[in-house]
Design a protein around this ligand. Structure first.
Ligand SMILES: [Zn+2]
Length: 377
């Protein structure tokens, strides 16, 4: 009985429900003692902040919950109770009864991570600042024996609960191919309390099976998501403008997200009369919080943001180019093609390693490590 979990909600994070046993009740009764002298009706009594009385209520509530758990374990093999609801009743003879209701269920730990051999996170390469939600990341669950599943991470800049979203999806592969699926619908989002802040809600969608004419899902590098409609609270939202596509490579976008958060699509920078937020929204310089994502402006970068981003992508291109080469000597030759684009001292250093190679053996590993350290942080 001890390990029966209970919640007023209807699910447990990391578990799924495998069996419902129906609604069960637990009841406890106590005398109100001196409280009865108040001769107030029940709703008045609830409004009174009387410590002794509240303590009494807590105890009787605890008793009722124990009674509910006993009742459930006597009649079922349930290991959890969901939708727990507590009712108080007062009787004429100064007795208070507490009745606790809940649905007994059997829950099991999600085995999703064990069942899928590969979990692949891919950034979303476009965004739309005319809506206050932002799909940021697509997670693919890949297995040799099961259909691939996709789960979306969506940021919301509104306090209203996101309940559904309709969108077109494009999946981009490492080899430059693109596969499209139109009018997908997600209707089950859970808010991630750990990642959410006061102003930004982080949502995880349900995991939905996805079929694509692609032989290996491991080749997926990024996705584009064109939101068509979404439901937030009671309202249906639609974008007023077309999407903006991120203008730099996946590797640079991942760096940005590490710095500013998963919804980031831009450096934070100032121009003469606006500042651009990490979410991509251009704000007037008089504002110190972003009007879309409510981020504080904080420190803006010096210099041209496009230049910083291009620097990222150049360094990553160079790293990609030199990775398959066999020696410091070959890497030096490769780098010389970028003379003028990268600082001379980098080339000089690699030149030294190439010279040392005759004495110390292959220096490829040292070269790559050095080049990785030179990446802008
Ligand atoms: Zn913003």
């Amino acid at each position: 009985m001890e390990d029966i979990m209970f919640t007023s909600g209807f699910n447990f994070e990391g578990y799924h429900i495998t069996k419902y046993y129906g609604v069960f009740t637990g009841e406890a009764v106590i005398g109100t003692g001196p409280i009865s002298e108040l001769k107030a009706n029940w709703s008045d009594v609830l409004g009174i902040n009387n410590k002794a009385f509240c303590d009494k209520l807590d105890i009787v509530e605890g008793d009722a919950i124990v009674a509910l758990k006993e009742n459930v374990s006597r009649h079922t093999h349930a290991n959890a109770i969901i939708g727990v609801d507590i009712d108080f009743n007062m009787f004429a003879n100064n007795l208070i009864s507490v009745i606790v209701n809940g649905t007994a269920v059997k829950i099991e730990k999600d085995k999703i991570k064990e069942e899928y051999s590969k979990i692949l996170d891919c950034p979303v390469m476009d965004y739309n600042f005319s809506i206050d939600i932002r799909p940021c990341k697509a997670r693919f669950y890949i297995s040799d024996s099961k259909p691939t599943l996709m789960q979306l991470q969506v940021y919301s800049y509104s306090p209203k609960f996101l309940s559904a979203m309709q969108f077109d999806l494009s999946v981009n592969t490492l080899l430059g191919d693109q596969y499209k699926v139109t009018d997908m619908i997600l209707a089950d989002f859970k808010i991630d309390q750990e990642q959410s802040t006061k102003t930004i809600g982080v949502y995880q969608s349900e995991r939905m099976p996805i079929e694509l004419p692609i032989s290996n899902f491991r080749a997926i590098e990024s996705v584009n998501i064109n939101v068509k409609k979404y439901k937030q609270g009671q309202e249906i939202g639609k974008p007023a403008y077309a999407n903006t596509v991120v203008s730099f490579p996946v590797t640079a976008l991942i760096q940005l997200k590490k710095r500013y958060g998963d919804d980031a699509v831009s450096e934070i920078f100032e121009t003469d009369d606006t500042w651009t937020c990490a979410c991509g929204y251009q704000n007037s310089l008089v504002l110190d919080h972003c009007s879309l994502c409510h981020r504080q402006k904080g420190e803006t970068i010096c210099g041209d943001p496009q230049e910083t981003i291009e620097k990222y992508s150049l360094y990553h291109t160079i790293l990609d180019e030199v990775q398959p080469l066999g020696s410091a000597k070959e890497i030096l030759e490769g780098l010389k093609r970028h003379q003028g684009e990268i600082p001379d001292e980098i080339i000089e250093k690699i030149e030294k390693m190439a010279t040392n190679e005759a004495m110390f053996g292959n220096m490829k590993r040292d070269c790559i490590q050095y080049l990785e350290q030179q990446l802008p942080h």
